[in-house]
Design a protein around this ligand. Structure first.
Ligand SMILES: [Fe+2]
Length: 138
């Protein structure tokens, strides 16, 4: 379970709200993929997970645009490095998505673990870096 707690706050309400929503989508994904950890995944669950990934991709893209605009606004010096982590994540998720669509349901757990791991690490390290920068320069 991904619980949004205050240590995840990046000091911007809109971005925090996005992160909370992303955690919800990831939890939803995890919840609906649980059965697959031990059993074959049902067709209806596979369909639901597919739609969920599509939602997640759309939501993440929208969020990254907002976050990138915010980093520009505060003149964050490590913007390019940060952008490349977003690109990497989008590519990895698109890749996992297309493998899942080919019917490789064994990947469901990997997708779930990847999303949990990437998002918590990313917020606590990369996002916190622009938060610290904004605090030091305001
Ligand atoms: Fe970010």
């Amino acid at each position: 379970m991904m619980d949004w707690v205050s240590e995840f706050s990046v000091g911007n309400n809109n971005l925090d709200d996005d992160h909370r929503e992303i955690f919800e989508l990831i939890n939803d994904f995890r919840y609906h993929s649980m059965a697959d950890f031990d059993y074959e995944i049902s067709d209806s669950d596979a369909e639901y997970l597919d739609l969920l990934i599509e939602d997640l991709i759309k939501y993440c893209n929208r969020h990254f645009v907002q976050e990138e605009a915010y980093m520009r606004q505060i003149n964050y010096p490590d913007l390019n490095q940060h952008l490349s982590t977003h690109v990497e994540m989008k590519e990895r998720l698109a890749d996992l998505h297309s493998q899942l669509q080919k019917g490789d349901t064994k990947l469901v757990k990997e997708v779930s673990d990847y999303l949990n791991y990437w998002w918590s690490e990313h917020i606590l390290k990369e996002d916190m870096a622009y938060h610290d920068f904004a605090k030091a320069h305001s």
